[in-house]
Ligand binder design. Structure first.
Ligand SMILES: Cc1cc2nc3c(=O)[nH]c(=O)nc-3n(C[C@H](O)[C@H](O)[C@H](O)COP(=O)(O)O)c2cc1C
Length: 200
């Protein structure tokens, strides 16, 4: 599917058939595409929890005010992020570059994030947001549907998945085949309301 077609066709899908499956080949293909998303300093804060246990799905659904797509979708992926990835063996993020590049980038990276908890968290969420959009567009391009979700109790879901210290949950994504199309778009703001030239 052409990229613009995928962008236009992707919608937040709330109803799945419950019988469809995502093949392992397709799942791996889209997740590997996700890993090519951009991140600041190539830190790749994203971590993913693929929830395959039906009972765990039910517990997550309970923590998400009963939203049915959580148990109906073929796949449920919890997008997490490591806010401390910036200082977790950062040489990995530049391993394939020449030593002189590493010697510049690594101290720069450390100086940028050191002591700035807000930025560490913002960056983790930014990276995860990049991953989310890649996942949703890759899925659409492969004929699947998705729904990004933040309508759940984060602390409860963190307990269920044993979220490690320093990690945050950015959103949940359901993945499968739509059983019911999305409603018409709710009301997109016109470009001229959101695009500014040079300053507000
Ligand atoms: C971060 C985020 C959280 C969302 N949380 C939920 C949710 O908990 N439940 C839900 O049904 N839709 C959720 N949505 C879907 C939005 O309602 C939907 O993306 C928006 O209305 C635009 O519709 P579209 O994605 O079909 O273009 C969420 C979307 C985003 C990006």
């Amino acid at each position: 599917m052409d990229l613009f077609t995928a962008i236009e066709a992707r919608r937040a899908i709330k109803h799945y058939s419950g019988n469809d499956r995502v093949s392992e080949v397709d799942f791996e293909r889209m997740m590997k595409a996700v890993l090519l998303s951009p991140t600041s300093y190539n830190i790749q804060h994203w971590r993913f929890v693929r929830v395959t246990d039906p009972q765990q799905r039910v517990r997550i659904q309970d923590a998400a005010w009963g939203q049915t797509q959580i148990t109906e979708a073929a796949e449920l992926i919890i997008l997490c992020a490591d806010t401390q990835a910036w200082c977790d063996k950062p040489q990995r993020y530049w391993a394939n570059t020449p030593a002189e590049v590493q010697s510049v980038m690594l101290p720069m990276l450390e100086a940028f994030y050191q002591g700035n908890g807000q930025l560490q968290r913002d960056e983790a969420l930014r990276s995860s947001g990049m991953a989310a959009q890649t996942l949703m567009l890759a899925a659409k391009a492969m004929g699947y549907d998705t729904c990004p979700m933040i309508g759940f109790d984060s602390e409860e879901v963190a307990d269920i998945i044993n979220l490690p210290p320093g990690h945050i949950i950015s959103m949940i994504i359901t993945l499968g085949k739509a059983a019911k199309a999305a409603n018409p778009r709710a009301g997109q703001l016109p470009l001229e309301e959101v695009l500014f030239e040079n300053s507000y």
